[in-house]
Design a protein around this ligand. Sequence first.
Ligand SMILES: NC(=O)c1ccc[n+]([C@@H]2O[C@H](COP(=O)([O-])OP(=O)(O)OC[C@H]3O[C@@H](n4cnc5c(N)ncnc54)[C@H](OP(=O)(O)O)[C@@H]3O)[C@@H](O)[C@H]2O)c1
Length: 329
Amino acid sequence: MTETFKAFVVDEQDGKVTNQIKNLTIDDLPEGEVLIKVKYSGINYKDALATVANSKIVQSYPMIPGIDLAGVVEKSDTPAFNPGDEVIVTGYDLGTSRFGGFSEYARVKEEQIVQLPKDLTLEESMIYGTAGYTAGLAIEKLEHNGLSVENKEVLVRGATGGVGTLSVMMLNAIGYKVIASTGKDNAEAQLKALGAREVISRITKTDDKPLGSRKWQAVIDPIGGDTLSQLIKHLDYDGSVAVIGMTGGNHFDSSIFPFILRGANIIGIDSVYTEMKVRKHIWRRLARDLKPAQLHDIKQTIKFDDIETHINNVLEHKNSGRIIIDFEA
Ligand SMILES: NC(=O)c1ccc[n+]([C@@H]2O[C@H](COP(=O)([O-])OP(=O)(O)OC[C@H]3O[C@@H](n4cnc5c(N)ncnc54)[C@H](OP(=O)(O)O)[C@@H]3O)[C@@H](O)[C@H]2O)c1
């Protein structure tokens, strides 16, 4: 083990936030049973937000952001894990109140760790990251509520974003007819190559009608906001919306009619504190039936030393696909 290692540290003084790669020692890491040598991480929008002032993501400074990491166990104080084990950690307090994945080493609690499933590499686990894990969890919950491949169309909103792209790919991998909604004029060919049957513009308007035509059996929605009401009124009988994010706003209004006349369901998705049994099940699915053939096509691999430039791109929505940090590149 090296004496010092590199970590991307966010700090705050007098309301001013600074970001810097620093040399730390293992003693600087928080308490936890398992020390992990991080091999890969990924940049999510939440990680980028953690580097700016007043974002409410970071609970205490200094902080190492990074809500996702994949690596190899270096030292373990629990029989549940052994040195050499390949492991994944996503969510919980990682990168918000516990030092996260933008670091060559991380120390975490044993109950937060998933063994890398068979048929998945550490790199692939971070191409998915929280975005892919969340998409997988949404599909699982939609299926639990009656979605099956015989059913009609599934709409994915924010289709060029992290959650959206992976939702399109996974739904296509298991045979659903995917309709992708995007605000980007030039994304149609790319989304069709990833598995969308049809690409439509962003849904931006709402109307006062209590119900609309029956269009989708299910919707994966990382956007939220007022237009969520439009999705609900266009669901088919017993259809469901998986509500994931609020890129488009944190409030919506709806009449009661879609629920009592069409059996509409709203399903909340939380990737951060999912129960471990469910978490392991989703990761096994991500290694098997949900794994798209083109998973590697959406990765952009970067060196750890270049992290700040890429964080800024994410903040300015200039990125596409998944940015993967390879600590050995
Ligand atoms: N519930 C959970 O556990 C969980 C987990 C992961 C993420 N999330 C949340 O899910 C959301 C999306 O995450 P992400 O990682 O996919 O983010 P992302 O990569 O930034 O993608 C968001 C996408 O939303 C679309 N968009 C951007 N601004 C918009 C606007 N004003 N109105 C409508 N659409 C807009 C864009 O896609 P198009 O240009 O293609 O429309 C964009 O690519 C975030 O709110 C995130 O916090 C929640």
